[in-house]
Design a protein around this ligand. Structure first.
Ligand code: GLC
Length: 640
């Protein structure tokens, strides 16, 4: 059952779209929580309670004992000391010894979740504003309570996005492909190495001076032709589109947007300026319907060229600096010129320089004109910006009748964005901890509706090595979004560059062989509002060992994943909650099957191999591999 409680005068976020909940009476107290005067919610946990959810967030599957902040943030260096990532997803479940419930705080401002850092027995939720809806969800099925709560929640937030079939293939990306020829070479090398591929991504370098809806005609002299050349090879080119629009006289989108009042403004009515890749930029007011229509329709620029896939970026929005912020730094720099800085003055200066990026002051500087005519400061609705950028695009595709054939995913998101497209897990690094994070984040994202998701395979920042890449591939082989992406300046990581070409090839081939199964599980999760990836505890709630497992997941109802997530490991221990079949995809493409009893096992997992476990009576379908999804015959399957 779901009950909605109203506090103050909340903005309509469009996170909840199905009215299948009861409205609480105006003086009805919130169950489970004690409310403090400032709206803070306190829940007393017992020592063994587990916390799940929060979507794109750090730490493990069980979210207990940390602080998280819902605040969409451009945070590439996200180590354990960070509170926020690119998405802000306010849904959390308590799997408690005394209570089991879910809470969704529909509040697009900053929300702080202390799951036991300050006091390990207290769950404390604090809000920066006073207007919100709170949904409390209690299970109808008390045995599979977590599955049931998340299913009820998913039902009210609407069906998740389904991408075109080819978007389940493998994609290669790098911030650094500058010309048509760079991209041709990538494809040629994939073909030579006999590794399947469906997508090649175009990062900001395809644009003319990082201006959205432009192409640098020196690097891409005939984009339309190039798109069709690639299509003949069954390759989809997927360009990036950023949130900021370059502030430049004569740039059509900028001029038109100014004239038509499309950009966010400061309280004094002047257009807000902040710098991103193109330097000074302005930001479309995606929270306004007319602006969304205007912006979304601009994608015709690309779709007319035959482009059918997009990633939306920098839409937290990321702001490197504003003129006001930069002035603070330049003033201070002049002031300290020639001075001997001591410990205090040096750190004060460093603090000022680093504070101007994605600064709270800047986020407070501008406002949005909502559809109901009201004007709201950005700070109150920050977490809606990225979602509404993707919504603009998705709605335009729907209007044009091309939504089902077009891939779209975003970096920033709020709950509700899952209806418009997918998300990737933002900038990560070639760290073992980020591989683990990628794996652990899958179920929490599913709980919030995001099924088309995955991380930058191999890591975006920093340098990969072959062992990390092979282990990462063995995780991404199951994630709906399977994209290898890396940053300029890092060691290149296209798969054909690795010495163990048989190892990498085997895993990508396996992806294509598994697609009938992966897509089937994907569609089940979408149609039935279930999780594609679940913690073991959701499927085996009666098994206390399963409660603690942080490095295994269920894929659908029948497949258990236990990838190697540690460095220098020839294998790992796996816990099986019941008797299962081990299916080993060998490096040479052969499959070995063994029966394993319930309990603990030590496995050897050589690099380039993938091992999964299936429940009794489950038949895994495999098709014959192909070089891309278009050539795959998904009806011609064999069953294991
Ligand atoms: C951001 C994106 C990253 C992209 C880069 C350049 O950091 O998250 O994926 O490569 O910008 O566009």
């Amino acid at each position: 059952m779901i009950k909605r409680f109203t506090f103050g005068n909340p903005v309509n976020t469009d996170a909840v779209v199905v009215n299948d909940y009861k409205e609480a009476g105006s003086d009805e107290p919130l169950p489970f929580f004690k409310e403090e005067g400032d709206g803070t919610l306190i829940y007393k946990m017992t020592p063994d309670d587990r916390i799940y959810g929060l979507g794109e967030a750090l730490h493990g599957i069980n979210k207990r004992n940390h602080v998280y902040e819902s605040w969409c943030t451009d945070e590439p260096q996200h180590n354990e000391d960070k509170l926020s990532l690119y998405g802000a997803h306010n849904f959390l479940m308590v799997d408690g010894m005394k209570d089991k419930f879910g809470i969704f705080a529909d509040d697009p401002g900053r929300v702080r979740w202390d799951t036991g850092e300050e006091d390990r027995d207290i769950l404390k939720i604090s809000f920066s504003g006073s207007d919100r809806y709170i949904y409390i969800i209690t299970p109808d099925d008390t045995h599979y309570a977590m599955k049931d709560i998340s299913r009820q929640f998913r039902h009210i937030i609407g069906k998740s996005y389904v991408p075109p079939l080819w978007a389940f293939g493998y994609g290669q990306s790098r911030w650094g492909y500058k010309t048509e020829d760079d991209i041709r070479k990538v494809l040629e090398n994939y073909r030579k190495a006999d590794i399947p591929i469906d997508m090649i991504y175009m990062d900001i370098d395809y644009m003319d001076h990082y201006k959205n809806f432009t192409v640098d005609s020196e690097k891409f002299p005939d984009m339309k032709n190039f798109v069709s050349e690639m299509k003949k090879e069954n390759i989809h080119l997927v360009p990036i589109v950023d949130a900021g629009i370059k502030e430049e006289k004569g740039y059509e989108i900028y001029e038109e947007g100014l004239k038509e009042n499309r950009f966010v403004k400061k309280e004094d009515g002047t257009v807000f300026t902040g710098a991103v890749w193109p330097g000074r930029s302005v930001f479309p007011d995606f929270l306004n319907r007319n602006t969304r229509l205007w912006f979304g329709r601009k994608y015709k620029f690309y779709t007319d060229m035959g482009i059918d896939g997009f990633w939306n970026d920098m839409n937290e929005p990321a702001i490197f600096y504003s003129p006001e912020g930069l002035k603070k730094v330049t003033d201070k720099t002049l002031e300290i010129q020639g001075k001997n800085l001591d410990i205090d003055s040096y750190f004060e200066y460093v603090g000022i320089v680093s504070s101007i990026k994605n600064s709270e002051e800047d986020y407070r500087r501008f406002c949005h004109a909502l559809d109901d005519g009201s004007v709201v400061n950005h700070e109150k609705v920050h977490n809606l910006y990225g979602m509404n950028m993707m919504r603009a695009v998705s709605e335009a595709f729907e209007e044009e009748g091309i939504k089902e054939d077009t891939l779209i995913f975003s970096r920033a998101s709020y709950i509700g964005a899952h209806r418009y497209g997918g998300i990737w897990q933002g900038d990560n690094c070639s760290f073992w901890s980020h591989l683990k994070l990628n794996f652990q984040m899958m179920p929490s994202l599913n709980m919030c509706g995001f099924i088309y998701t995955g991380a930058d395979t191999g890591g975006f920042g920093w340098n990969r090595n072959e062992e990390l890449m092979l282990r990462w591939l063995a995780v991404s082989v199951f994630t709906p979004l399977f994209r290898n992406h890396s940053a300029m300046g890092t060691k290149e990581q296209e798969l054909y560059r690795f010495k163990d070409i048989q190892g990498v090839r085997n895993i990508v081939w396996l992806r294509y062989r598994l697609l009938p199964f992966i897509i089937n599980e994907y569609m089940k999760a979408v149609n039935e509002d279930t999780l594609m990836f679940s913690p073991l505890s959701f499927c085996y709630p009666e098994d206390p060992r399963a409660w603690e497992i942080e490095d295994e997941l269920m894929l659908g109802d029948n497949v258990l994943l236990a990838p190697v997530l540690e460095e220098h490991a020839s294998g790992r221990y796996v816990y099986l909650p019941e008797k299962m079949r081990e299916i080993r995809f060998k490096r040479d493409g052969n499959v070995e099957i063994a029966e394993l009893s319930a309990g603990d096992h030590r496995l050897q997992v050589p690099l380039g191999e993938v091992v999964i476990f299936t429940r009794e009576n489950f038949r895994l379908s495999l098709c014959r591999p192909a070089s891309n999804v278009a050539e795959l015959d998904m009806d011609d399957v064999t069953y294991l």
